[in-house]
Design a protein around this ligand. Structure first.
Ligand SMILES: C[S@@+](CC[C@H](N)C(=O)[O-])C[C@H]1O[C@@H](n2cnc3c(N)ncnc32)[C@H](O)[C@@H]1O
Length: 233
């Protein structure tokens, strides 16, 4: 697929169609929480970042914990100036590279196999769907800290603090459109401590397919919170 004109508004449906070509991880590991962000959640995240907050088009992007590259590729598709995707898992990075070749964005994205601690440089915007810390407690905190050191704006997905059936129902009734919610007190404090400020939080539905032996259902729907964080000063 060719590269779209940088400042042309792209329809969300076209972004979702583009993302449906991105292949998931061939052998995901539970220990690294290698869930692929669903097409609709990734499209919602990127769409808000691009057209409500103007943090994608013409910007230098970093995707931390890029997996097979869904968020990085979406940013390239929407018109980011340059994109770097980093993941600790070599198989994921290989799949991301192959995805970028098949969708025609190989030249715009640099893929790096390594820990997020090894990343240096300055970026306008960091995108991440970090491990939620289900397997390794607090795994997402290091991602927030590093993202704030590397970027001016951070878009980060986190588990909603409690399973909220009512909110999930509202989101589904709303056709999957995100809803503004409050930041948790912990996140407010943690972000502030690391030099940032929570600008907004949106709840969105996320479907997690059956991927690992300990999953008991064919799929599970959960609510995730997308934090939009800006560096102070
Ligand atoms: C929930 S997955 C998200 C994948 C991808 N960003 C997406 O949205 O589909 C989290 C990713 O973080 C990666 N990861 C976990 N710990 C990491 C670390 N310390 N450094 C770099 N990547 C890491 C995992 O390998 C995994 O691909």
């Amino acid at each position: 697929m060719g590269e779209p004109a940088q400042r042309r508004l792209i329809r969300k449906l076209d972004l979702e169609r583009f993302l449906s070509q991105v292949q998931p991880h061939p052998s995901p590991r539970a220990s690294l929480e290698q869930y692929t962000t669903s097409e609709s959640a990734a499209a919602t995240m990127l769409y808000l970042a691009a057209y409500t907050y103007e943090d994608i088009v013409g910007k230098r992007l970093l995707d931390l914990g890029c997996g097979t590259g869904r968020l990085a590729l979406a940013a390239a598709f929407l018109g980011a100036e340059s994109v770097v995707g980093v993941d600790i898992d070599k198989t994921a990075v290989k799949a991301a590279l192959s995805n970028s070749v098949s969708v025609g964005f190989r030249d715009k994205i640099e893929w790096v196999a390594g820990d997020i601690d090894a990343v240096s440089g300055k970026f306008d915007t960091v995108l991440q769907n970090p491990p939620f810390g289900v397997q390794k407690r607090n795994a997402d905190r290091r991602f927030i800290k590093n993202a704030l050191e590397l970027g001016d704006a951070v878009y980060s997905l986190h588990n909603h603090p409690v399973f909220d059936k009512h909110l999930l129902g509202k989101l589904k009734a709303n056709g999957g459109q995100p809803l503004r919610v409050s930041a948790s007190q912990f996140m407010q404090r943690f972000v502030q401590k690391h030099g940032g400020q929570v600008e907004a939080v949106y709840a969105l539905p996320l479907t997690v397919p059956h991927m690992f032996d300990f999953h008991t259902k064919t799929k599970k729907e959960i609510v995730v919170d997308m934090y939009i964080i800006k560096k102070k000063g």
